[in-house]
Design a protein around this ligand. Structure first.
Ligand SMILES: C[S@@+](CC[C@H](N)C(=O)[O-])C[C@H]1O[C@@H](n2cnc3c(N)ncnc32)[C@H](O)[C@@H]1O
Length: 219
């Protein structure tokens, strides 16, 4: 069966946590099932009652970074990073739309490399996590940029690169929480990778609106 082009690409608009974002074909369409990730991070930050700096890695259209700032006065600023310049220009457009130029700082580059000299307290990331098999099976993904969804043969390659970078001392110094969206079918493998690269961490698994194990919180 042939699928139609998603309405978000036709309208050049997508919605995330009740806010509207500019989107085009260079970015991943915001997903309802990503929203709890922001809610978990905001609740955690509120409980700790400390002003923090966050980083949204693989920001795409910037919805996670912008929603964090809009939802928590404890967040001083958010660094929003992406490797793809097409996504970076869409992020900038959304930062202008919400007038957050001083609060959401965009940086282009591979995973954590653009923020290696920054002091980050909390990381939130919805990195590409589709395996080749899923990528072929889910026809709607074909409309989106491959770099936004595909993560190698297994779907774990980008998560592994992220953890490898993170395991280097310079990144871990002051990070108190990492909030990740994963593929529910790769929960065990994702947890094993975290245990390999961050052996002393405490890992919590959280569910999405459909009760699927879609989020990992590392402390
Ligand atoms: C699944 S999309 C998520 C977009 C957005 N954060 C969201 O939740 O809708 C993954 C994003 O990661 C970016 N990305 C892929 N590889 C990357 C890398 N090595 N470093 C930084 N960003 C990367 C892609 O360009 C894409 O925007």
């Amino acid at each position: 069966m042939k699928r139609k082009i998603p309405k978000e690409y036709k309208l050049k608009k997508g919605w995330f946590l009740n806010k509207e974002f500019y989107v085009n074909k260079r970015v991943h369409i915001p997903r309802k099932n990503t929203e709890p990730l922001v809610k978990f991070a905001v609740e955690y930050i509120k409980r700790n009652k400390k002003r923090v700096v966050c980083a949204d890695i693989g920001t795409g259209m910037g919805a996670i970074a912008i929603s964090l700032i809009l939802r928590s006065s404890f967040i001083k600023k958010v660094f929003a990073t992406d490797i793809y310049s097409g996504a970076i220009s869409v992020t900038r457009e959304n930062i202008r739309k919400y007038n957050l130029k001083n609060k959401v700082i965009v940086k282009k580059g591979d995973l954590l490399k653009p923020i290696k000299n920054e002091k980050i307290d909390i990381i939130i990331a919805n990195l590409p996590h589709a395996s080749k098999e899923i990528f072929k099976k889910k026809k709607y993904l074909l409309f989106e940029h491959k770099k936004a969804t595909l993560a190698g043969e297994s779907g774990l390659e980008i998560l592994e690169s992220f953890l490898k970078q993170l395991s280097k001392d310079k990144y871990l110094k002051q990070i108190s929480g990492i909030f990740l969206k994963i593929s529910p079918t790769k929960k065990e493998e994702s947890v094993k990778l975290i245990e390999k690269y961050l052996p002393n961490s405490n890992i919590k698994i959280k569910k999405d609106y459909e009760r699927k194990n879609r989020f990992l919180i590392i402390q």
